[in-house]
Design a protein around this ligand. Sequence first.
Ligand SMILES: *Cc1c(COP(=O)(O)O)cnc(C)c1O
Length: 460
Amino acid sequence: MKKAAKQLREIPAVNELLMRPAIAALIAECGREYVTARVREVLDAVRAEIASGDRPPPKEELETRVATAVRAGLEPSLRQVINATGVILHTNLGRAPLSETAVKAVAHAGRRYTNLEYDLGTGRRGKRDVHAATLLQQLLGVPAIVVNNNAAAVLLALHALAVGGEVIVSRGELVEIGGSFRIPDVMMASGAVLREVGTTNRTRLADYQRAISKGTRLLLSVHRSNFRIVGFTERPGLADLAKLAKRSRVPLLEDLGSGCLFDLRPYGIADEPLVQDSLRAGVDLVTFSGDKLLGGPQCGILAGRPSLVERIRKNPLFRALRVDKMTYAALGATLRSYLSKRLDDLPVARMIRMSKEEITTRALAFVAVGKMGGHGLRLELTDGESVIGGGSTPGQSLPTTLVAVTSPRSSAKELEHRFRCCNPPVVVRVENQRVLLDLRTVSHEEEVLLLTVLESLKGS
Ligand SMILES: *Cc1c(COP(=O)(O)O)cnc(C)c1O
């Protein structure tokens, strides 16, 4: 104990450290207040180490630790990672990467003043929604508005159209989507009352019909975007539900989730409904995400019958959930890629459309170059599957060719950890004691980085 007390007294005072030339240089660069706070943190940590029996570090090491803390604290927390999982819309990795034109549009709008809410024709205040409305009208044939995400779109629609009234939902659609979006909870927050009908596996049109009363404000259909119910199941077709809604003079709202605007069937993905299909089936209002299959920025889109969209845009919650100029810039660029049929501008569409042959060719070249490195890892090709993910196309996958990485020294779990701690971090899959890399979600530029990362794993 006495020894520790003596060692504690030997630790330099904050001011003493601040006057040392290396720290003074940091102060000149990053400011006194910020550096002082890091010095205090380092000294607190050293005191804790001494209390638990460690020796006090030499002064030079203290300086290095302060310099490291000063630099680390100014590094962005949001970093590039290489997604080698083959999950195209990985919610934890930020879903859709934007197209080059969308990125340019964001930089352009971010840097300057814009006509965000300024009508250049009249010189008066304008509406920010015009920046997406025209494009969405051209693509979908109905008016639409944009909010912060699809969860916000559902919340806003329920609140604006059904507060204080009942919303009828099938028990088979009371879903939870990743990241705590639960239909019953959103319903509660919106002020609408959930009226459940049917059972988990079977709900008939008659169940909806019986539940409709004077208090009914909406019928809600929720796309089962991240799971499937198989076996003894039944649910009415969307068109039949729409007919019932029309007869009963109650609007039908569909939470589509993914918001796919192009047909995925040529790529072997069935069952992913298009936004256009829902509207054609007679749904009054659809909501979907901007950063799932659409391949744009995070946002939620509400599209449908003009009178309903207008009611929603007049609701005060719309103001609270609105998006900024950079979202409009990115969404606008993304939608223009659809309008001009330049689907390959969009990374998500490109990754979905990439054939197994193309991936195999890339993987072969990758392994050939990778094997020349001195990292001592074993690289081999193996068949596998990529998934779209992000709450879409559950149970379906795209055939791919994976690069399996194994090490004579480390387990797959250890290797996975090393990949994750590289710069840039690489997120991989681990299956059957092997690390698997799927180049479908790795861009050409990232492939080069990935080869450097392999080199840095030397000795792993
Ligand atoms: C993804 C999804 C949501 C949530 O959308 P966010 O854009 O993440 O808010 C809601 N409903 C369904 C059916 C979804 O697939």
